[in-house]
Each structure stands twice: as structure tokens, then as C-alpha cells.
Design a protein around this ligand. Structure first.
Ligand SMILES: Nc1nc2c(ncn2[C@@H]2O[C@H](COP(=O)(O)OP(=O)(O)OP(=O)(O)O)[C@@H](O)[C@H]2O)c(=O)[nH]1
Ligand SMILES: [Mg+2]
Length: 529
């Protein structure tokens, strides 16, 4: 493997030059730093970073996607592809979908939502219609899947094997049998027991899916990085275990599953269970390795002292669209799909005072996500707890917006986000363009990320909280141009603007400086002046 290579390029389109060099050397392990300014010099590639572009793109369209940087033209692509640097030995085979992958198959889906009218299983905070709408949105999130029809059917016993009482089950079976084009029935429950699934499949002669399986397939479809793929592999294990039990029961009926495999001293079930345990162990080790790299990155970002702003919220509320609007990064691709963003990605932006910040795009939340799925993906949200500011985006036009807010807050609670972060969290009401009028109290910021309304207010609010929470102040400092004051400020603070007074040999410098650094400045220079 080629060693990482850092180029110092002085001319031309850096992106073009980098790809040409990459082709010539056959190496993807390239990073590029321009010599344009000391500002850029700060962006040394992290160890193992595959690509870190800091430079001006050709601007002829081809690489204009690398925009949205912190300098007027300096683009930063902070996508964390560091995991691709990991020693790939043994990881690849873990990421191959092991079972239940339906993303490449065409599916014609019928959704049935079991509506519990009373009892402990009744949902009081939402309606069957809204739950059905979310189930339909899940189906629409997979390009090869189409929704044939949907039905809300009442039940008193959602935990029974057939989910519905005898009468309604018969009605449902007749409807399904009257729709021969159906290839799958999606029962909108968190998860079905393997036995129930098997029996229903036997009766209806088509695939039977629950929310767990549908969401897992959407995750699989959208997973791009190693970490996401490994997390899916982990989330898949309970399904593999369940289907193994079924298989063994089936073999037992034929007198085989529990027998010892010749010479091994293990039964078929024991061998398979051991293999799954081994798989789980390897996935967890691989994930741990990737997380260590992420921790390293987190420390590096901190060392550079760029404030980190995590943008989170319910799935499809407009997080990616908002980050795109705030950073001008046209590379970002918002999509009208649930779970379009599965990987935590970071994007450089500038606050109105020209302080560089990092926006973190996160995976969306969904209510009633099966526990195993939440567990395997919660690690991607760990970064949220290490931010300087949380921005909670809400789709205020959504009929379920209040419930969505409640489920986001409950996940944040589980993630043990520090109280101080929750106290300073900014709530953004997005998609106001879809409402005739929107009245919100002063604590929230109404915006339309898509049409750019309210973004300046939001940026100002972000700036105020970021400066406060990171102990930074915005100051005008008068410096003597003959003293090292100015170069000290360039090194230790972020110089925003400068006005030179030639006659007096002084300058007025606008800086953003941490309180600690300002204390050092006073100590160093105020005695001299
Ligand atoms: N009308 C309107 N649509 C918006 C606005 N913001 C986002 N959208 C649309 O909402 C859909 C989802 O946007 P995304 O930015 O992908 O949402 P997300 O929260 O990142 O979604 P996930 O990554 O799937 O969780 C897209 O079709 C956007 O165009 C807005 O202000 N107004
Ligand atoms: Mg997104």
C-alpha cells in the first residue's frame, strides 16, 4: 500500500490535479494543501485521511461541487472517509448483507396497520392514519418498492400469533388473495415473532415484513461508509438468530437439527450459533476500531478549536437541506426519503463574524424504532454529546411535529447529552413555506431551509450561542504594527478584519478570541504598551 502523500500545489484546479495524480500513482491516499494562506496550513491531513481538499476548484462546473468552504473560495470537504483507511483485512466479508436483503428486489407491498382501540397497547399520542402515513413513507423510501394498497384494521390482540382476531384475519386474507400482484405484506408493528412471520407467510404465500425489516432494508440501501455497513450487519444478527431457530425446528421435524455433526461433538444448531457469536465479536471489534479513529478525529477537531454544531432532528425534517443552505455546500444531496443520511458527515461553514465552524449532519430519528436497531446506530450519534451546540430541526409543517419533537428529546435523553447542551439547544422550525402562517415564540427560529428564509437570523443566533458556549469574545484591539502583537493574534485568535492607521503605525483589529487567550494577550502585551 502506498504511503499517504501530501501535495503542495501552487496552481491550477487542485481537484483536477489531485485526481490526475491519483490516477497516475494508483493511490487514493492523497491529501492536498494549498500554500494560499496560513489559514489553510492549519488543515493538515489527519493521519490516514484519504482525501482532504483545501484549494480552489476549477470553477468550470466540473468540481464546483467542492464549495462552501470557510474562505471565500476555499472549499473544505470534511466528509469523514477516514474509515476507508482502516486495515480492511477481514472487515469486507462482515459487511456483506447476510440475509433478508430485499433492496434489489422489486416488491409490490400491501401495508396493514393493526389499530388497537383500547388497552395498554393503544397509542394515545398519535392516530392510526398518521402511523399509516409513516409506514407508507418507509415503503416509498426504497426505489424498487411500490405500494399497492393499505388497510387499517382493528385488533384487540396485537401480540397474538395472527395479530388480528379470527374475523378480521379472514377479511384481511381475502383482501390479500384478491390482489395477486402483491409480493409482500408489511404489518406495521415493531417486530413480529419468527413463528408468526412463518405462519402468515404460509397462509398468504408472500413475504411478510415488520418495521424492523423494512427499516433495516432502507438502512442497507443508504449505507455508504464502513461504519454504517457494519452497524447494519450488527442489527441483522437478531434476525439471523431467529431464522436459525426456525431452521433448526424445521430440521428437527425431519429428525436432524439437534443431532451431532459427525466427529465435531457439536449439533448443527450449536455450530451455527457459534459462527454467529464469532461474527458478532468480529463486527464489534471492527466497529470499535473505527470508533477509535473517530475519537481521534474528534480530538483533532477540538485541537484546531473549531466549534462543532450538531444538526439533528426527526428523519426527513430537512437537516441536510439546512446544512447545505448554511454552508453553500452543493455536494450535499437532500432527498425526500426517510433515512437518506445514515452516516455522520461534517461540513465547514462560516458564521457572520467569519468564525469557521463545523456543522455535523446526523442520522434522523424515527419513533418506535426497534431496540436492536437503535442500539446499533446510537454510536453514530455519540458525537452529538461532544458538540458545542445542538440545533434541533423540526418539520413544522408535519402533522406529527409535536410527537416527532417528543421522540427526538427522548432519544437525546437516552444519549446522555450534557444538560448544558440541552439548555442552549436552538430549536429551528423548518418548512415554514408550507404553512399559511406560522406563529412561534421568540425562543425558536422559523426558517425555510429550501427557500432560504430566516437563515440570517438563525446564523446570528448560532453565533451568539457558539461564542458564549465556547468562551469566545468578539473584540476590537488596537495594535502597534512594530510589535509582535498582530502576528500573535493571527496565531492565537481568529482575525476577522483590520484597519491600518499608517501615520500612527497602528491598526484596529477585529478578532474572535477565547477568554483564556485574551488573558494571555493582556499579560504579554499590555505591560509593554
Ligand atoms: N418545502 C420545503 N421542503 C423542504 C425544506 N427543507 C427540506 N425540504 C425537503 O424535505 C425533504 C427532506 O430533506 P432532507 O434535508 O434530506 O431531510 P433530512 O432531515 O436530512 O432527512 P434524513 O437524512 O432522511 O433524516 C427534501 O425533499 C427537501 O427538499 C423546506 O424548508 N421547505
Ligand atoms: Mg439528511
Amino acid at each position: 500500500m502506498l504511503a499517504p502523500c501530501v501535495l503542495r500545489a501552487a496552481w491550477g484546479c487542485h481537484v483536477c490535479r489531485l485526481s490526475a495524480l491519483s490516477r497516475a500513482t494508483g493511490s487514493r491516499r492523497l491529501a492536498l494543501i494549498t500554500p494560499r494562506s496560513s489559514f489553510n496550513e492549519r488543515f493538515r491531513p489527519v493521519p490516514g485521511a484519504r482525501t482532504l481538499f483545501v484549494g480552489s476548484p476549477c470553477g468550470k462546473g466540473k468540481h464546483s461541487g467542492y464549495s462552501g468552504g470557510w474562505d471565500d473560495r476555499d472549499p473544505i470537504n470534511w466528509q469523514t472517509e477516514e474509515e476507508e483507511w482502516e486495515d480492511s483485512e477481514g472487515i469486507e466479508d462482515l459487511m456483506i448483507p447476510h440475509s433478508t436483503s430485499l433492496i434489489h428486489e422489486t416488491q409490490h407491498v400491501f401495508i396493514v396497520h393493526p389499530d388497537v382501540k383500547w388497552g395498554p397497547k393503544k397509542q394515545y399520542t398519535t392516530t392510526a392514519d398518521l402511523q399509516m402515513a409513516e409506514a407508507a413513507a418507509l415503503v416509498h423510501s426504497l426505489p424498487n418498492w411500490t405500494l399497492v394498497d393499505k388497510l387499517i384494521l382493528s385488533t384487540k390482540s396485537p401480540d397474538s400469533k395472527l395479530i388480528f382476531g379470527k374475523g378480521n384475519f379472514k377479511v384481511l386474507t381475502e383482501i390479500i388473495q384478491g390482489l395477486p400482484q402483491i409480493t409482500a405484506v408489511f404489518i406495521n408493528v415493531e417486530s413480529l415473532s419468527p413463528l408468526a412471520e412463518k405462519e402468515l407467510e404460509a397462509v398468504w404465500g408472500v413475504k411478510v415484513l415488520d418495521r424492523y425489516k423494512v427499516v433495516l432494508n432502507i438502512f442497507r440501501y443508504n449505507a455508504r461508509t464502513r461504519e454504517a455497513k457494519l452497524q447494519i450487519a450488527l442489527a441483522e444478527l437478531p434476525l439471523l438468530r431467529a431464522s436459525l431457530k426456525n431452521e433448526t425446528a424445521h430440521l428437527d421435524q425431519q429428525g436432524g437439527g439437534s443431532r451431532y455433526i459427525m466427529g465435531s461433538g457439536e449439533t448443527f444448531l450449536e455450530v451455527q450459533q457459534r459462527l454467529l457469536k464469532d461474527r458478532e465479536k468480529r463486527i464489534r471489534i471492527a466497529l470499535e476500531k473505527l470508533r477509535k479513529t473517530r475519537n481521534l478525529l474528534r480530538t483533532q477537531r477540538r485541537r484546531r478549536e473549531f466549534p462543532i454544531i450538531s444538526v439533528m432532528g426527526y428523519t426527513n425534517c430537512g437537516k441536510t437541506t439546512l446544512i447545505k443552505a448554511l454552508t453553500g455546500n452543493v455536494d450535499l444531496q437532500p432527498r425526500d426519503q426517510l433515512f437518506a443520511t445514515l452516516d455522520v458527515t461534517t461540513h465547514g461553514g462560516l458564521l457572520p463574524c467569519r468564525l469557521p465552524v463545523i456543522y455535523v449532519d446526523t442520522i434522523g430519528f424515527l419513533s418506535q424504532l426497534p431496540h436492536d436497531l437503535i442500539e446499533s446506530f446510537s454510536a453514530t450519534l455519540e458525537d452529538v454529546a461532544y458538540s458545542d451546540l445542538l440545533v434541533h430541526v423540526r418539520d413544522i409543517s408535519h402533522p406529527e411535529t409535536d410527537n416527532q419533537k417528543a421522540s427526538v428529546l427522548s432519544v437525546l435523553d437516552k444519549l446522555k447529552v450534557p444538560q448544558q447542551l440541552l439548555d442552549t439547544m436552538i430549536e429551528v422550525h423548518n418548512k415554514i413555506d408550507l404553512l399559511e402562517n406560522h406563529e412561534a415564540d421568540e425562543a425558536v427560529v422559523p426558517v425555510s431551509a429550501l427557500y432560504g428564509f430566516g437563515l440570517e437570523d438563525l446564523k446570528r443566533k448560532i453565533e451568539a450561542v457558539v461564542l458564549e458556549s465556547t468562551g469566545r469574545i468578539l473584540l476590537n484591539i488596537k495594535v502597534d504594527l512594530e510589535s509582535p502583537q498582530l502576528s500573535w493574534l493571527h496565531k492565537e485568535a481568529s482575525v476577522q478584519a483590520m484597519k491600518v492607521f499608517a501615520e500612527s503605525g497602528t491598526a484596529s483589529v477585529r478578532v474572535i478570541i477565547t477568554k483564556a487567550a485574551y488573558g494571555r494577550y493582556i499579560k504579554l502585551f499590555c505591560k509593554l504598551s
